[in-house]
Design a protein around this ligand. Structure first.
Ligand SMILES: Cc1ncc(COP(=O)(O)O)c(C=O)c1O
Length: 431
């Protein structure tokens, strides 16, 4: 069958049988992926600056991950957690050792980010026994019921109301400070201090936990200021509220540290991660302080595929790859990519802001630098034009005007350079 016919057939089948809820960017059909390149069905290579939405941190088709999974495939794919499982225990030990400050030593494994979010709330409520959770405006925590309730983006959830009991604090988005301040640190971290007002005025002593992405992905690649989480933690400790760090996307080396919260010198009480942990094999985990076990009962929480053997085996290799060099590469390549994007910012007024930590990078497009009106249509056009030039990027933000760059940490410098050239020509045309 010729390629064009095959392409049409796949698209037609998808449109006929897949839910309308799937959103497509453009008619791209990946066939295989190696390192930082995704090959389309017609054999053309695309530079991947989105990593399958921050999945392929150790590179697509990483040979060490493949070898480990192939070996495990010969033994068994999955065993239930009613047995003692070597692969689960080993990965839990590794994650405990690598947790921030080594303080979070207990693990519960699941399959998706949303499921880990739900479980972190379950644990918080069993420990603290209070109804409310505090979350952030513009945050994204997933699509299951509590996860979507915690998500600070109304357009994705209002039709599902009523939501679970959540109150929202202002997002630490310095480029568009929700409290109207010009600059950090002149703002005195008003957004962090606002949490105390929420406690005093809205929920009193009825919150079990505060949940936040240490760097916010979907909401627009928002990087809180340096002292933000220290101030937040001060408030939380005063009222005995747990801090859950949602590292589903920001974790696993992407930010140039294993966990993004490590940039803030704060130890969360619970950390959750997923996405890149097994480089694409579904896995998620909730890692928490040992003392919470006192409030938990065997059998009261369960997930059939949680702790899946293939995923755990892959995750161990991923952590090795990250620790043995790739995290450092993320920091160094991220600095390079951010510098190159700032050069583009000097040339193109449509770029309002470039921000990033490691290879977690956002480029915000605006119609006018003074008014900062979001350039939403231009952003979508940028994403499409990049694809036509064979560079894959993502986009996000409440207003849909932030280009998201989250490549495999193995990205090659010459591929970054190629992408920058492509961006330059797109931005010239968009003007
Ligand atoms: C920070 C964060 N939390 C939770 C989720 C939900 O993860 P999943 O789609 O695996 O349920 C995501 C997904 O993008 C995320 O970025």
């Amino acid at each position: 069958m010729d390629v064009e016919k095959k392409v049409n057939e796949i698209i037609e089948l998808s449109n006929r049988h897949l839910s309308k809820m799937y959103r497509k960017y453009y008619p791209f059909i990946p066939e295989r992926a190696v390192d930082d390149i995704i090959y389309s069905i017609d054999g053309k290579p695309y530079i991947d600056l989105y990593g399958g939405i921050s999945i392929a941190n150790v590179g697509w088709s990483n040979s060490r991950v493949i070898k480990a999974v192939e070996d495990q495939l010969q033994k068994f794919f999955h065993m239930p957690s009613i047995y003692y499982l070597d692969h689960m225990a080993r990965l839990a030990k590794r994650l405990a050792e690598l947790s921030p400050g080594g303080h979070l030593t207990k693990c519960f494994f699941l399959n998706s980010g949303s499921e880990a979010v739900e479980t972190s709330i379950v644990i918080s409520k069993r420990v603290k026994k209070k109804p409310y959770i505090i979350s952030l405006h513009r945050s994204f925590h997933g699509k299951t019921y509590y996860a979507v309730s915690l998500t600070g983006q109304a357009n994705w959830k209002l039709d599902l109301a009523p939501m679970a009991p959540v109150v929202f604090a202002p997002d630490p988005y310095c480029y568009r400070c929700p409290l109207g301040h010009e600059e950090y640190p002149d703002c005195g971290l008003a957004c962090a201090r606002y949490i105390e007002d929420i406690i005093k005025c809205e929920i009193g002593n009825y919150a079990s936990a505060f949940i936040a992405e240490p760097i916010m992905a979907n909401g627009g690649m928002i990087i809180p200021p340096k002292e933000y989480f220290k101030e937040v933690k001060r408030v939380l400790d005063k009222y005995s509220i747990l801090f859950i760090a949602d590292e589903v996307q920001s974790g696993n080396g992407r930010s140039g540290k294993l966990w993004a919260i490590e940039h803030y010198d704060v130890v969360p009480d619970i950390l959750i991660t997923s996405k890149a942990l097994a480089n694409g094999i579904p896995i998620s985990v909730v890692i928490y302080r040992e003392e919470y076990d006192e409030f938990l009962v065997p059998g009261e929480h369960y997930s059939t595929f949680g702790g899946n053997a293939l995923a755990c085996i892959a995750a161990e290799v991923v952590l090795d790859e990250l620790i043995n060099g790739l995290i450092g590469e993320a920091a160094e390549k991220g600095n390079y990519l951010i510098r190159r994007l700032n050069e583009l910012k000097d040339k193109h007024d449509i770029i309002g802001d470039v921000r990033g930590v490691g290879l977690f990078i956002g480029m915000e497009l605006v119609k006018n630098r003074l008014t900062k009106v979001p350039a939403k249509e231009e952003t979508f056009k940028f994403v499409n034009e990049a694809w036509k030039r064979r560079v894959l990027v993502g986009f996000g933000g409440l207003e849909g005007n932030v280009i998201r760059l989250e490549p495999p940490l193995t990205i090659k410098r010459e591929h970054i350079d190629y992408a920058i050239e492509a961006f330059d020509s797109i931005l010239r045309d968009i003007k």
